[in-house]
Structure formats: C-alpha cells, structure tokens
Design a binder for this molecule. Structure first.
Ligand code: FES
Length: 576
C-alpha cells in the first residue's frame, strides 16, 4: 500500500500521483518524497493541497514576446480552475519564442523549446499539464513536447489581437504590415506615413490578427483535439479567453491520472482532420511543417501526396486575411471553429477523441451559429479547392509547397527564366539594384535558406518585388526557395523546396538564366537543365560550414528536411 511517506509506484502498485511522481533519485524513495515535501512546505501549501493531483502550467510570458502579454492573466485563471476542481496548480517556465525577436529565425529554436517542454513535463511531478502559448512557434513546440512526454495535456492559446480602427480602415498585424511596406517600397507611402502605420499595426495583447501561422496552429490544435472546443479564435482581450483558461484548469484536473493522453488524441485520423482544417481555413504554409513535426513525434507520417488529394476535395470556407478580407476576431464572432467543423463534418473522422472527453462526433451534434459573410457553406465556398498544394519535380524531388489561395492564378502555368540569389546576403545586396537583369516574367530564385542552411529556414521566401518593378506597378511574381513564408504573407511563392540547397538538393544547382517550368495544374516544378550539365555543377558543390558548438551545432547535425517537419532526427517517434 502506498502511504503518505512512500513514493509508491513500485512492486506492481498503482502509478504514483502528485508529488510522488518522478521522484529525485537518491536511491531511497521514501527519503526523496520526504525531502520533496519538506521543500514544498516552504511554499506555504497546506497538507490538503499537497495531496491533490498536480496540474503543471507551462508559462511562456517573456519581455521578448509581445504576443504573450496576456499570459500572466491566463495563468491566474488556469490556477483558479485547477483549485476549484480539486487540483494543485504549479506553473513553470519554459523558453518563449517571440517571432520577430529571434535571430536568425524562430524556427531554429522551435525544437529547443519542444525539448525544454518535453523534459520539464517529464522530469517534474505533474499529473496533467496546461500549455499556454500562442506566437507562431510556441504552439507547435508545446504540442511536440507534449506528444513526446505523453502526459495528459491541454493547449491553451493566448488568442489573436484585435484589428483596430485607424483613419477609416482596420489595421491588424501582419498582413497589413506587408501591404503598407509594399506601398512604401513602391513610393506610395512616405517615411512619416510608414512611421505612423508602424505605431498602429499591433495594438493589443495577442497573436497576429489574421489567419497567419499562430491562428492556423490554434485551429490545428483544436482540430487535433488538443484544445477545448471553440477556443482557438477567442480574441486575446475577450473575457471568454479568461473563462477558457479557467475551464482548461478544471478540465486538466479531470484528465489527471485518467487521460486521454496525447498518444490517444494525436492519431493518423486526427492528423488528417487537422489537414482538412488547414486546407479549409486557407492556413499558413508553416503549419504543414509544424503538423508534420507534431505527428512525427507519434510516428505518424504526413504525406504531401495525401495533402494534394485532400486539397482537391476540401474547399476554403473562410474569408480571412491574408487570402480574404476579415480578421480572426471576425472568424470567432461568426461561429469560429464550431461553425467551421460543422460545415466540414462529413469530411472529418468523427470518432477522434479530444481533451474535453468527447469524440468529435459527440461535439458536433448540433449545428452552430454561423455568419456566412465570414464562414461560407460548402455549397458556396470562398474557394472551391484547398488553400495549399504540394509540387514535385526535378527541382523539388521531395516536394515544395504553394499557398494557391494567396497566389495569382494567372502565374500558375508558365516556363520562365531564373534570376538567382545565392543567399540572403546576396538577396539583400542586389534585389533593389537598378542594374539587376530582371523582368516581371522571370522567376526569382533564392538558395541557401532551407532547414540545413546556417539561417535555419527563415521566413524569407516572400522575396520582395525588385524595387524598379514594384515602382512600375508589379505586384506579384513567381518566387521559389527552400525558405518559409510568414503565414500573414501572400503572393505566388513556392516554398520549402526539398531537399534544400544546403544539403545539395537540386535548388543548389540553379543558375541565372536557367529555365524553370511551373505547373500548378500538374503539381510540377522542374528545372529544365540537362543531366550532364547538372552533374558538372554538382561536382563543385560545397556544403555550408557548420556551427562549431552549442545548440546550433546540435541543430546542424540533426535537423531534418521540411518534408519531415524540420524536427531533429532523434526526437521523432519512429527514431530507433
Ligand atoms: Fe507572434 Fe505573429 S508575431 S503571432
């Protein structure tokens, strides 16, 4: 029998709970529990509280993460929910990834945050965990870590910012950031004007106000079943966001010791549901990398061929920026995820369980309120086919991604001349050169910006239109790279070309003037250069110099390609 001074969990007893979990290893379990409890007493907890199930709360507030400004208030609400439901809430810090505050790019540190989250869930004595995150890489990192640790977990997102009225229109980060920057580059907005805009793009707590990566990942977390129903789109500053936090705390107590576990929630069928939702919301291209990494933690492959099949039969149903005209707060007010999932229900696997203890089918018993101005019906979709497609061909043997819902269909079927930039530095140095040999019909190609490049796959795939063309009124061009693109961006931008150029993929061997054929209809991306010439170019390939030490060395040695989620090889669920 386990008693109050015994760590328990050995000799066939029930698994230890609360402070008895994961005891520090002194070779004496009773001593370890005694010592732990004596130190926990110093926190001033009563003995009654200390005997409760423990709910960990992963907190990610940081002075370097504006999108998590509301986290302290959410943490207090989660704690309230835990205490009221009979648990003991203990918050703990992990690293936080503020998208625009990290160099060279936040993606490089997503796996570090995932490792931090996984190990702290596993090492500390918690029976369930509430993961509080929001900004682009934080939610995937937390879900990756939770899937690997496999302790009952609920994802609570910080919620989107509000788009605020400003001089006759609404402004919200960050599609409007890009719109005004393009105007500035084209000379339509002056220095004073862009300063004024800068001060009015992001004005409340929360994540970017459009269906960018953060909001896409919030919707995906809910579609997977890892968040409470209809919480993905609640604005950060709405009282319902705080109520959702309290509900997460209460629900986590119910899950402690009982589950469901992430391994029961994240399955091939729920991953396919998440892919459907990704397509139906015209979501961020980044999400395909993140979902692949999350699923990979459970050994579940995500096939880009399957993505294409789903994309052809899953319409875009939401009219949201960056592909449409509304903001995330409008999506939630229009019915949010309840309305979207109801609309998609015949395409979804309804037997998938979720953190609320119900299957998706049990959740979707009744039609939800819906405002058709924002969330369309299947009969009259925003776009008849899904937002993303994968392209394959001699330039991308393992695939590339195009967000067709945010692209110019007039550019989809063409063969053109490549204008090549060999690196981000080369791009910055020459893109606005008045003597650059480029026309609007060319394809802009960026090399050495993939996962194995020293820059760690930054959001540089949205190459700027060369200034002289922008000033002549060119709004879009075909752009091809192994980089990513912000979920708030738009344009005919082919991303994630795999294998990437730093690992010697075909992209590394494109030269100025080569012909490239793009056919979105055929899902093709081909480099029209004969094999003998490519063999000659391959012979001169020199991989980039690896970082010498620390996390960057670990990253360089173990990062996988985009089609495997850019996770580390040793962290995937199928790692032997
Ligand atoms: Fe944090 Fe956009 S910068 S969500």
């Amino acid at each position: 029998m386990t008693n109050s001074s015994d760590g328990g969990g050995h000799n066939g007893e029930a698994p230890p709970r609360g402070y008895r979990r994961n005891l520090t290893d002194y070779g004496d379990r009773r001593f370890a529990l005694y010592l732990r409890r004596s130190f926990a007493q110093s926190m001033g907890f009563s003995r009654e509280l200390m005997d409760r199930p423990i709910v960990g709360i992963a907190r990610t507030d940081s002075g370097f993460n504006n999108c998590h400004r509301g986290v302290p208030e959410l943490i207090e609400a989660v704690k309230r929910g835990v205490l009221a439901a009979g648990g003991l809430p203990l918050d703990f810090p992990t690293i936080s990834l503020g998208e625009v505050f990290l160099s060279p790019t936040s993606l490089m540190f997503r796996n570090l945050m995932a490792m931090d989250t996984e190990e702290m869930i596993r090492a500390q004595p918690m029976d369930a965990v509430v993961l509080v995150g929001g900004c682009d890489k934080t939610v995937p990192a937390q879900l990756m870590g939770a899937c690997s640790a496999d302790v009952p977990a609920i994802q609570l997102v910080t919620g989107p910012m509000l788009a605020m009225p400003f001089r006759g229109e609404r402004l919200g980060a960050c599609t409007d950031c890009r719109r005004f920057w393009a105007k500035y580059r084209a000379g339509e907005v002056d220095d004073a004007g862009i300063d004024t805009i800068e001060a009015n793009l992001a004005t409340t707590a929360g994540t970017c106000a459009v269906m960018g990566t953060a909001s896409t990942m919030a919707c995906i977390a809910e579609a997977l079943g890892m968040s409470l129903p209809n919480t993905a789109g609640i604005p950060a500053v709405h009282a319902d966001r705080i109520r959702a936090a309290e509900a997460c705390g209460a629900r986590a107590v119910a899950m402690a010791g009982r589950g469901p576990l992430p391994s029961q929630i994240v399955t091939p069928r729920s991953v396919e549901n998440a892919l459907r939702v990704l397509l139906a919301i015209g979501g961020s291209t980044n999400a395909i990398v993140h979902l692949t990494a999350i699923a990979g933690r459970r050994g579940i492959p995500v096939s880009l061929e399957r993505l294409n099949a789903l994309s052809d039969e899953t319409p875009v149903l939401v009219d949201l920026k960056p592909t449409g005209s509304h903001y995330m707060a409008d999506f939630h007010a229009a019915g949010g995820m309840d309305a979207l999932l109801w609309e998609l229900r015949d395409l979804l696997h309804l037997d998938c369980p979720a953190v609320d203890g119900r299957t998706l089918g049990e959740r979707l018993r009744e039609p939800a309120f819906v405002d058709r101005a924002v969330i369309r019906s299947r009969a009259a979709p925003f776009d008849a086919v899904g937002g993303l497609v994968a392209l394959f061909g001699s330039l991308a043997p393992r695939g590339a991604i195009l967000k067709r819902s945010a692209a110019d269909a007039g550019l989809f079927e063409r063969t053109a001349r490549a204008v090549v930039f060999s690196s981000l530095e080369d791009l910055a140095a020459r893109i606005d050169d008045a003597d650059l040999d480029v026309t609007a019909e060319d394809f802009l190609v960026l090399q050495n910006a993939g996962p194995r490049s020293p820059s760690g796959m930054p959001e540089a795939g949205y190459l700027p239109i060369p200034r002289k063309l922008a000033q002549a009124g060119v709004k879009d061009m075909v752009r091809i790279s192994d980089a990513r693109m912000s979920g708030t961006a738009y344009g005919t931008v082919v991303l994630h070309v795999s294998p990437d150029s730093a690992s010697g993929g075909p992209l590394a061997f494109v030269r100025n003037g080569d012909r490239i054929r793009l056919s979105v209809r055929e899902r093709r991306l081909d480099l029209l250069v004969d094999e003998a010439e490519l063999a000659r170019r391959r012979a001169g390939f020199a991989p980039p110099t690896l970082a010498e030490r620390g996390y960057r060395r670990l990253y360089a040695d173990h990062v996988l390609q985009a089609d495997q989620g850019a996770d580390f090889d040793f962290l995937r669920g199928d790692h032997a």
